[in-house]
Write a new protein. Structure first.
Length: 203
């Protein structure tokens, strides 16, 4: 199924042009193409979360530009659909969950469902394929989202959840700090085929 990929790529290009030229027709067409990529992708497809993430991004740009809250529901639905996908890259789903939570916070909606999804995905976020320096950067990012999640839980009066997320986040961060993996390049030097397969799986 190449059509959803082409539609998604076209949508992303139109979104980029909108960011430069601020032509409303570009973002409208970006949304249209991204929506079609979502509609044409079957459940279970490995790229399933990628396309609603692209749709959420396009809708969020129109939301920011026009300040119309009619887009907010679509943005949150698109990102939550991507984040909760049972298939696809954990990294894509994690970024969608983070965006879902961030936009919910920005527009005074409960961000707890988005943060809950992000926290649940943390153990599955890929570390193996990253160079050590990038793994450190990812640890910093993980620490940041855990901090934001705990703060949101406290804000909404969910103190038990705040404690659980703090403990879970700390456990994940320390576990990976103590066992940072060597770059996958080391594996590729001896077993290139295996390294490529691993990278494709976790990307």
């Amino acid at each position: 199924m190449e059509q959803p990929l082409h539609l998604s790529n076209l949508g992303n290009l139109l979104k980029s042009r909108f960011q430069r030229l601020r032509s409303i027709s570009d973002i409208e067409n970006a949304i249209l193409n991204n929506q079609q990529s979502v509609d044409l992708t079957q459940d279970g497809h490995p790229e399933k979360p990628v396309y609603p993430s692209g749709l959420g991004s396009a809708l969020s740009h129109r939301l920011s530009h026009l300040k119309s809250l009619t887009d907010l529901g679509g943005v949150l639905r698109a990102y939550s659909r991507a984040a909760k996908s049972p298939t696809g890259s954990p990294n894509v789903r994690f970024r969608a969950a983070r965006a879902w939570a961030k936009i919910s916070d920005e527009y005074c909606r409960s961000s707890l469902p988005g943060y809950a999804c992000a926290i649940d995905l943390l153990p599955r976020v890929a570390w193996l394929v990253l160079p050590v320096t990038d793994q450190h950067a990812l640890l910093t990012e993980v620490g940041g989202i855990v901090h934001d999640a705990v703060s949101a839980a406290i804000k909404w009066g969910e103190f038990k959840i705040a404690v659980e997320w703090a403990e879970q986040g700390r456990s994940i961060v320390w576990q990976n700090m103590l066992g940072l993996r060597a770059p996958i390049d080391d594996l590729r030097a001896r077993y290139p085929h295996l390294a490529n397969r691993i990278q494709d799986i976790v990307r």
